[in-house]
Design a protein around this ligand. Structure first.
Ligand code: AHR
Length: 515
């Protein structure tokens, strides 16, 4: 009897030790399921040290190498990231921004107060030309967020004409007089930002009506309707906002509807960006994974009014939001970036991939020195955050065909709450190479994943990993390379169609498989 019990306990123990996550990959492409590269978009607001000190250090700066005032190190780093689009000038700032303040000779530009972000002086030395020329330097598409709350229809309509009109008109003449002959052809236009909050505290019904008016005049001057107009979308789970917009805005006036969701523990008590505990980490991950439910529910509403999925869901603000770094201006939203942020990034991108039939664009908030930044700067120094490395490792999925990948995951449990430990997504690029991205958010345990591959036989597998000893680890200006991708050896392929991967705690892995 005793022997039997011991055998049973041994088997139970072995089962627990080898309890595996399993996955089914369908390696068959569907031409209609492409992961838009625009899901990998970024966001640059006139906020804290994002523009000034971040992107732009001024043409006269002799200490920091720059091109027309834009830091060369930043340009190089963002080019490696292959950023597909960049949203500017806000955020909340957008609804206070009058674009004509930022054109013409810099010495003559008016000085304003940045009321939303620290009440600091904004001298408008970085304006429309500076931004759009910088986008050309970065090889990225601009996404201009138009002022709806404090700007007139005429002002927004003039901006479109100023940047996009090739023929002769008052605005194109002004552009040429300011040194730019050819238009920039800006496709992406936001009509207001967070209209439910900093963008005017509007009701969805009121906003939808205003939107109709503004969007009518955000149009190509030759009426070819190539512009992509994005309505200010819901705050996280405000499903009524999406419902009212989809119902009340005629489809010929809208190409995208936005959604903002931040992984914040509690708006009143956000917790520190570093030195957080296990419970705080768990709650952040719970908020990040909630993105899946949010997209599912907002998409279901959109499906009711747009079954062919013509209107995109544009998650144009997402990321982790914590307390600012001690001693920094609370209005500047400067925070460090740890392995927790790498987990948010990897898990969120997997969610976006899964919903890529509806989510066609997204913008991480924000690129440099603000919130979940990919780059931090300090004078002449610059560092790449763990989030940068995830975005770089994942960029192999840009414009690739989504491959369905279902994962049955073990739980990551803290107290009496659990989350799936493993998330994953897969795609096949135009060269026929398959990439699988895996995230283990469990901060303590390895997770083994065995994936069964249907419809392909692979010859070999290679990979890269981002991991560190502690979930609180981060890169600093003293140790900028503490966290960086390394080669990954713990993926084994058997018979060409059975893959076994061992993921260390709190790690992000991207695998490459060739047929
Ligand atoms: O990204 C920071 C701010 O968060 C943006 O300005 C605003 O749109 C949001 O509330």
């Amino acid at each position: 009897m005793k022997q039997k019990l011991l055998t049973f306990l041994f088997l139970l123990g072995s089962f627990a030790a080898f309890s595996q996550n399993t996955g089914e990959l369908t390696a068959k492409t569907d031409p209609n399921r492409v992961i838009s590269r625009h899901i990998y978009g970024h966001f640059a607001e006139h906020l804290g040290r994002s523009i000034y000190d971040g992107f732009y250090v001024g043409e006269d700066n002799t200490k920091i190498p720059n091109t027309a005032g834009v830091r060369n190190d930043v340009v190089d780093a963002l080019k490696k990231l292959k950023i597909p689009n960049l949203r500017w000038p806000g955020g909340c700032f957008a609804d206070t921004y009058h674009w004509k303040d930022g054109i013409g000779p810099k010495a003559q530009r008016p000085t304003i107060v940045n009321t939303w972000w620290g009440g600091v002086t904004e001298n408008n030395s970085f304006g429309t030309h500076d931004f759009l020329n910088m986008c050309e330097l970065l090889g990225t598409e601009p996404y201009l967020a138009g002022n709806m709350a404090t700007g007139l229809v005429q002002e927004l309509s003039d901006w479109v004409q100023y940047v996009n009109f090739a023929g002769e008109s008052p605005m194109s003449k002004l552009r040429k007089a300011n040194g730019r002959e050819k238009p920039w052809n800006v496709k992406y236009w936001g009509i207001g930002n967070e209209a439910w909050g900093c963008g005017g505290n509007m009701t969805p019904e009121y906003y939808a009506n205003e939107y109709r008016k503004y969007a009518t005049f955000v149009t190509d001057w030759d009426n070819s309707s190539k512009l992509f107009r994005i309505a200010s979308g819901a705050n996280s789970a405000d499903y009524n906002w999406t419902e009212v917009l989809m119902k009340n805005i005629p489809k010929n006036l809208i190409e995208g509807v936005a959604l903002h969701h931040y992984s914040v523990i509690d708006w009143a008590k956000k917790g520190p960006a570093t030195g957080f505990d296990e419970q705080q980490y768990f709650t952040t991950m719970k908020r990040a994974l909630f993105m899946d439910e949010l997209i599912t529910k907002h998409s279901a509403i959109m499906d009711k009014y747009d079954k062919n999925k013509r209107v995109a869901l544009v998650v144009d603000e997402w990321g982790g939001w914590y307390e600012v770094e001690p001693g920094t201006n609370p209005g500047f939203l400067y925070q460090q970036n740890t392995m927790r942020d790498a987990m948010i990034a990897g898990a969120t991108l997997n969610i976006f991939h899964k919903h890529s039939d509806r989510v066609k664009m997204a913008n991480l908030a924000q690129t440099i020195n603000v919130l979940q930044a990919v780059i931090l700067t300090e004078g002449e120094k610059m560092l790449l955050t763990p989030t940068y490395h995830v975005m770089e490792m994942y960029n192999v999925h840009q414009d690739a065909f989504l491959l369905p990948l279902e994962i049955k995951s073990n739980n990551y449990t803290v107290g009496n709450e659990s989350l799936p430990a493993v998330s994953a997504s897969a795609s096949k690029d135009k060269q026929g190479v398959t990439h699988i991205s895996l995230v283990n958010i469990d901060s303590k345990k390895d997770q083994e994943v065995s994936i069964n591959i249907n419809g392909a036989k692979y010859k070999g597998v290679t990979g890269r990993i981002l991991a560190s000893k502690n979930i609180n680890d981060h890169n600093t200006f003293a140790k900028p390379d503490l966290i960086k991708p390394a080669n990954f050896k713990d993926a084994k392929l058997k018979g060409g169609n059975s893959l076994n991967v061992k993921l260390p705690p709190a790690s992000v892995v991207v695998l490459e498989l060739k047929e």
